[in-house]
Every structure is written in structure tokens, then in C-alpha cells.
Design a protein around this ligand. Structure first.
Ligand code: FMN
Length: 142
């Protein structure tokens, strides 16, 4: 059975806006979807999903957020084999390097990566929110 989770970290709310739109897009096609801030879900519970859309902005110097999100992802990483995974996040002044590294890491973990990670600069515009919605909708059919 397909079941979906959106799991995100967001410091100033930009990736959270993306997460809510991705969630809405998935929900349009599949009602079996839940959304969690990364602090609200355990690694054990996350393993139960067939599809996970992860959201995290570029932090530090082109890395995932290091206090909560990266430790969570690192623990889950060895269990991602066969899971369908979508990645998204907001960034500021960089060129998306954190997302390229994250895609490589996800593929190396054996996950089935959906498209390229969706990246948006700073706070999503209404067009950006729609991109996230469409991304979620397509992921629901993946
Ligand atoms: C401590 C810190 C480090 C950051 N490092 C990067 C970076 O390396 N590259 C980049 O493109 N943006 C960087 N940013 C900008 C954030 O990715 C950007 O503000 C993003 O919209 C934050 O998303 P959020 O609102 O979901 O937390 C950094 C922001 C902060 C606060």
C-alpha cells in the first residue's frame, strides 16, 4: 500500500511553506498522507512510509541543518532502500550545492529518487507554491 509522509525542518518558515504545498499536492491524489516537522516524528515511525518527501533548507555552508534534520536523516538513511523519496528546500545565496549533495546521498542509500530536488530561493512566491503543489501531485503518482 502506498502511504506518504512529508517530513521537514524550517528555521524561518520558507521550507515550511513549501512543505505545506507539497502536502496539498500529494493529498489531491492520495489521502494517505501526513505532514510532520522533523521534531514530531521518530525514525521508527518514518520507516513505515512507502513514499517520503523530505524538506530542508541549505544551512551551514551548503549542508543540511545539522542539529535536528541531518541527525534524523542520517539515522533513517540505512533504511531508505526501496523507499520512494522526493527532496525539496529553500536556499539563499548559494547555487543549490546542498541539494546536489543530498540527491547523491539519497541515491547512494538505495532510495528511488523522484525527479531532481525542488529548490526555491528564499520565501516562495505564489508561483513557487504552485510549483511545490505540482511537484507533490506528480510525486503522488510516482
Ligand atoms: C545559519 C544559516 C546558514 C545558511 N547557509 C546557506 C548556504 O550555505 N547556502 C544558501 O544558499 N543559503 C544558506 N542560508 C539561507 C537559507 O537557506 C534561506 O534563508 C532559506 O530560505 C531558509 O529556509 P527556512 O525558512 O525554511 O529556514 C543559510 C541561512 C542560515 C540562517
Amino acid at each position: 500500500m502506498k502511504n506518504y509522509a512529508v517530513i521537514y525542518w524550517s528555521g524561518t518558515g520558507n521550507t515550511e511553506i513549501m512543505a505545506k504545498s507539497v502536502f496539498k499536492g500529494i493529498k489531491e491524489l492520495n489521502s494517505e498522507v501526513e505532514i510532520y516537522n522533523v521534531s514530531e516524528i521518530t525514525v521508527e515511525d518514518a520507516k513505515k512510509f512507502s513514499h517520503i518527501a523530505f524538506g530542508c533548507p541549505s544551512m551551514g555552508a551548503e549542508v543540511l541543518e545539522e542539529t535536528e534534520f541531518d541527525p534524523f536523516f542520517t539515522k533513517l538513511e540505512s533504511n531508505l532502500s526501496g523507499i520512494k523519496v522526493a527532496l525539496f528546500g529553500s536556499y539563499g545565496w548559494g547555487d543549490g550545492e546542498w541539494m546536489r549533495d543530498w540527491e547523491t546521498r539519497t541515491e547512494n542509500a538505495g532510495a528511488q529518487l523522484f525527479e531532481e530536488g525542488l529548490i526555491l530561493g528564499d520565501k516562495p512566491t505564489s508561483e513557487g507554491e504552485d510549483e511545490c503543489y505540482q511537484f507533490g501531485k506528480k510525486f503522488a503518482a510516482f
